[in-house]
Design a protein around this ligand. Structure first.
Ligand code: GLP
Length: 241
């Protein structure tokens, strides 16, 4: 695991984008694993700028997203599909038919999980972007999730709902369930870039990088992946010193 400490959020995005730009230039048919949350938005801004400048193109790029809330209606501004359109896809030359986000409104959620697992296995990301929850979750794999899980439905921890309540008008509106790629799906990616900032992530970052590999900190499994780059600011890296 390579850890890069940057001075601020903007530099995290710029550094993450150096890896992304190289991939997009060398492999214009790549599959990108993408994440939501505030952490990767700086990277997405850099990706948009490169695309607008003609440095990269997404015409033949496929994307798979990590997760989605269950039960939010299509078009709701807190769905992760809306987030991805708004923060990236609407601003680049990608064909949205090549972008996948798990379907949190599927009538048969078990089938939707299976289909997603199969799709990811056939379209293994060349790079997977990750954030991290303050409890060490990746995607919506909460502490205790087995490392061999594939796409599944989760009951969100109360702390995760509280962390995400800032995006809703009240905590009661935060969904209680989500559909998420499992850790076994995520670990297939050829390369993983995890971005995080702020003191609130420092314990999760420490446990991920220096703690035991345990389902108590789902992100700790990344220690066993051969190609992980962690890009954080000094606050998030504070406990590593
Ligand atoms: C949500 C997402 C995760 C994300 C986490 C952190 O729970 N499911 O994929 O990593 O939030 O979000 P943020 O980057 O906003 O701190």
């Amino acid at each position: 695991m390579r850890i890069i400490i940057e001075k601020d959020y903007q530099d995290i995005g710029k550094t993450a984008n150096k890896f992304m730009r190289e991939l997009l230039i060398n492999n214009p048919n790549a599959t990108l694993g993408l994440a939501t949350g505030s952490s990767p938005v700086g990277l997405y801004k850099e990706m948009i700028a490169d695309n607008k400048a003609g440095i990269t193109t997404f015409k033949n790029i496929k994307t798979v997203n990590l997760d989605e809330y269950v039960g939010l209606p299509e078009g709701h501004d807190q769905t992760y599909r809306y987030f991805m359109n708004d923060n990236l896809f609407n601003h680049i030359d990608i064909d949205k038919n090549n972008t996948r986000v798990p379907n949190g409104m599927a009538e048969n959620l078990e089938n939707a999980c299976k289909e997603y697992t199969d799709y990811v296995a056939k379209n293994i990301p060349d790079v997977q972007i990750l954030g991290i929850g303050s409890n060490g979750h990746i995607a919506f794999n909460e502490p205790g999730t087995p490392f061999d899980a594939h796409t599944h439905i989760v009951t969100l921890k109360e702390g995760t709902r509280q962390d995400n309540a800032r995006f809703f008008s009240s905590i009661d509106e935060v969904p209680t369930h989500a559909i998420t790629m499992g850790i076994a799906d995520i670990m297939q990616a050829k390369m993983i870039i995890l971005v995080a900032n702020g003191i609130g992530k420092s314990k999760a970052i420490y446990d991920m990088a220096k703690g035991p590999i345990t389902t108590d900190c789902p992100a700790s499994i990344l220690q066993s992946h051969p190609n992980v780059v962690v890009i954080i600011d000094e606050s998030a890296g504070y406990l590593l010193k």
